[in-house]
Design a protein around this ligand. Structure first.
Ligand SMILES: Cc1ncc(COP(=O)(O)O)c(C=O)c1O
Length: 347
C-alpha cells in the first residue's frame, strides 16, 4: 500500500542480454593491466575490512584533486555520479520547484526526481540535439531551481552550447554540468566555472567511463562552500573502502595507462564514424563521447539481429525523438570491426 505509487514507476532500464561483445553501457572496453591489478590486489589485501572508511575521504580527495587539477576543498565524492545526482535533486532549492533538463538525456535525472515526486520540466533539444534558446526560455519560465545538462550528452553524443548553459545559470538556477564523457571530448569543460563561488555552476564527473565502472565512484567539483554543504548531507561512508583504495592506485600509478586507453577510444570512435558514414541506409551522428548514435531503418529488428550475432547495443527507439536510433559504445578495435561487418551484413 505504502509503495503503490511505484507500481507503474518509470525505472532506469539497461540492456542485460548476455552477449560476447558488449557495446551497450558506454564503459571503457579495456581491462586494467596485470601490473595494475597486482598493485590493487596488494592494497586491497591490507584493508582493515572490519572498519569503516575515513568519512572525510581527504586522501582520496587529494588524489582526485590532482587528477582534475583543482583543490581538494573543491571536491566531494559519491557512490557513482548517480548518487550525487540523487543528493542534488533531494537538496537543491525548494523541492516544490522543478528540476529542468533537456530530452533525450541521461534518465537518472527523471528517476531521482520521480522517487521524491519533485516536479520536472523536460524540454526538447532541436533537430541536431542542440539546446534551443526558445525551448530553454520556456523551461526557465516554469521557475525551476535546478538544471542538469549532460555535456557531452547521453544518448546523443554531442556537447551543448556553452553560452546557453551559462545563460541558464545566470537566471538564478543551480546548474549541474554532468561531464561523465568529457575525457573523450575536445570541447572546453566547465571546471573553471565550477570553482567560482556564486555563479550557480557545479560539475559532476565519474570514473565509470574511464575504466572503473565496477567501483562506483562519482565526483562533484564546486566552489568550497557548496562542497562543504554537500559533504554535510551525503551519507557519511558513501564510498567504500576498497573503492577509495582502488581509485587512489589507478589515478596515480595507472594514470598514463588510462590516458592511453582514452586516446585509443577517441581514435576508434572517429574511425568507426568515418566507416559508418559510407553505409547509405544509416545515419551516424557526430560524437564527443565514447559512444555514437546511429539511425537505422528498423532499430528493433537490427538490435535483435545484432544480438543474434553476439553484439549488444542499446536500443533507444522508445525515447522521444529517438525513433529507430541505436546507441553504440566504442569497443576494442577488433570488436568494432566485428560490429561494422555485422551491421553491413544486416542492412
Ligand atoms: C551523463 C551520465 N551521467 C552519469 C552517469 C552515471 O555515472 P555513474 O556510473 O558514475 O553513476 C552516466 C552513465 O551512463 C551518464 O551517461
Amino acid at each position: 500500500m505504502f509503495l503503490d505509487r511505484f507500481k507503474s514507476f518509470k525505472e532506469y532500464k539497461t540492456e542485460t542480454t548476455p552477449c560476447k561483445i558488449k557495446l551497450s553501457s558506454n564503459e571503457l572496453p579495456f581491462e586494467l593491466s596485470e601490473d595494475l591489478k597486482e598493485k590493487i590486489a596488494k592494497a586491497v589485501s591490507k584493508i582493515p575490512f572490519e572498519r569503516y572508511p575515513d568519512p572525510t575521504y581527504n586522501q582520496l580527495k587529494e588524489i582526485l584533486a590532482n587528477f582534475y587539477g583543482v583543490s581538494p576543498e573543491n571536491i566531494t565524492v559519491g557512490n557513482g555520479s548517480d548518487e550525487l545526482i540523487d543528493i542534488l535533486i533531494k537538496a537543491v532549492g525548494d523541492l516544490k520547484n522543478p528540476v529542468m533538463y533537456p530530452v533525450p538525456t541521461f534518465p537518472m535525472y527523471q528517476v531521482s526526481a520521480d522517487i521524491i515526486n519533485r516536479p520536472k520540466v523536460e524540454f526538447f533539444l532541436d533537430e541536431n540535439f542542440q539546446l534551443d534558446k526558445e525551448k530553454l526560455d520556456e523551461a526557465i519560465s516554469k521557475n525551476p531551481h535546478l538544471a542538469f545538462f549532460a555535456s557531452p550528452n547521453n544518448p546523443t553524443g554531442n556537447s551543448f552550447n556553452k553560452e546557453l548553459i551559462k545563460y541558464t545559470a545566470s537566471k538564478n538556477i543551480f546548474t549541474v554540468v554532468d561531464e561523465a564523457y568529457i575525457n573523450f571530448s575536445n570541447k572546453e569543460s566547465f571546471l573553471k566555472e565550477a570553482l567560482e563561488p556564486d555563479n550557480n555552476i557545479v560539475v559532476i564527473r565519474t570514473l565509470s567511463k574511464i575504466g572503473l565502472a565496477s567501483i562506483r565512484l562519482g565526483v562533484l567539483i564546486a566552489d568550497k562552500e557548496t562542497v562543504k554543504i554537500i559533504d554535510k548531507i551525503r551519507p557519511p561512508f558513501n564510498v567504500t573502502y576498497p573503492t577509495a583504495e582502488i581509485a587512489k592506485i589507478v589515478l596515480t600509478e595507472g594514470r598514463k595507462e588510462i590516458e592511453e586507453k582514452i586516446n585509443i577510444v577517441k581514435e576508434e570512435r572517429d574511425r568507426i564514424i568515418g566507416e559508418l558514414k559510407e553505409i547509405k541506409s544509416i545515419k551516424v551522428y557526430p560524437s564527443d563521447a565514447n559512444f555514437y548514435l546511429i539511425k537505422v531503418e528498423n532499430a528493433n529488428e537490427i538490435h535483435k539481429k545484432l544480438i543474434e550475432k553476439g553484439i549488444l547495443t542499446r536500443n533507444m527507439s522508445h525515447l522521444p525523438n529517438m525513433e529507430n536510433c541505436l546507441r553504440v559504445s566504442v569497443g576494442k578495435p577488433e570488436e568494432n570491426d566485428v560490429f561494422i561487418k555485422a551491421l553491413k551484413e544486416i542492412v
